[in-house]
Design a protein around this ligand. Structure first.
Ligand code: LMR
Length: 328
């Protein structure tokens, strides 16, 4: 009711003065779930900084990290309702809005971030950002985190080691199938719950990047991390189509430029952070990093890759081929 009253009061004052839009800056709430010292956290803060510098009289960016405002299970609905204007959920978290983005969850699809970049910059990769337009969401850019590793309470060298263990996953059916393929039990849980689930041993393991394992301290409650690089954690910076198209043209253009710059900055950080945070975890001696032999890794590939076929219809065989070809 308070919100409704405030809204009514604002509307009344807009009508009365007719200049409220010139006087009040546009507020952009940017909600995310990770820590600030991460590729996404730093990109979001950079965007806030650039906007303040260049158009501070017209637009104010408020960044809410660490699931403070919304978790990724709620943020897209909140965006459709106009309660938040920017977010960058993992590509794994859009399955209620589009089938296409599930492509990025296929295990062992991309060899490295260079291949990811090549595919995302292609016409097909760019078109995917528009795949939720009908649902009122538009992608403004791809933001990287990095390749995922497997952390666990037990050492994982071959797929059988994961059999019977419980792993937290993001809300993706591809990731569910990936863990089922090795006889494990996947559980879809919000990012904000992962540390406690691991600490209390409600689950045995999880998959994430070096940056997330380090910044959320998963390594302190997981004695083993297998350097599997088996999948990708990447984000789509997303906004509401209604909000975006309602912006004055010059504001939208300037915001897009600042966002592009912030995303490029975050993508640079993603590359260095993976190495740095991996090193910090090793130096902590809290967790043992397990490197796989080529033979061991080949076993994971063999067990997990059939997942591709399972989702071929949903995602589109052509899209999968194009993405795989980006490895060159
Ligand atoms: C996760 O839920 O594990 C990730 O999506 C968190 C993030 O945004 O990096």
């Amino acid at each position: 009711t308070l919100a409704a009253l405030t809204l009514a009061a604002t509307a009344a004052s807009v009508l009365a003065t007719g200049i409220a839009s010139a006087a009040d800056p546009i507020v952009i709430k940017f909600s995310h779930v990770v820590a600030e010292n991460t590729p996404k956290g730093l990109a979001a803060n950079k965007f806030k900084e650039l906007v303040a510098e260049r158009m501070g009289d017209k637009v104010v960016v408020e960044v809410y990290p660490n699931s403070q405002l919304f978790g990724d299970d709620k943020v897209l609905e909140a965006m459709q309702l106009g309660d938040v204007q920017l977010a960058a959920p993992a590509l794994s978290k859009f399955s209620r809005y589009t089938d296409e983005l599930a492509l990025y969850d296929l295990p062992f699809l991309f060899e490295d971030l260079d291949a990811v970049d090549r595919f995302q910059q292609s016409d097909k990769g760019q078109a995917m950002m528009e795949s939720m337009k009908k649902k009122g969401l538009i992608g403004l850019g791809y933001l990287h985190n990095g390749m995922k590793q497997l952390s666990s309470s037990k050492p994982l060298r071959v797929p059988e080691d994961a059999s019977g263990l419980k792993f937290r996953i993001m809300s993706s059916d591809v990731l569910e199938a990936q863990f089922e393929a090795v006889g494990a039990t996947p559980l879809k849980k919000p990012f904000s719950e992962v540390f406690t689930l691991l600490q209390t041993k409600a689950i045995d393991g999880q998959e994430n990047t070096w940056s997330n394992i380090y910044s959320k301290k998963f390594f302190e409650v997981q004695p083993y991390i297998t350097e599997s690089n088996h999948g990708l954690l990447d984000y789509l910076v997303v906004t509401s189509a209604e909000f975006w198209s309602g912006l004055p043209d010059d504001v939208r253009t300037e915001l897009k430029a600042a966002l592009d710059e912030s995303v490029a900055y975050g993508n640079e950080i993603a590359r260095s952070k993976a190495d740095e945070d991996r090193q910090l975890i090793i130096e902590s001696k809290r967790s043992e990093v397990i490197e796989l032999t080529p033979e061991e890794r080949a076993q994971w590939v063999q067990m997990m890759k059939p997942v591709w076929k399972k989702f071929e219809k949903e995602i589109g065989a052509e899209l999968i081929d194009a993405a795989y070809a980006a490895n060159q």
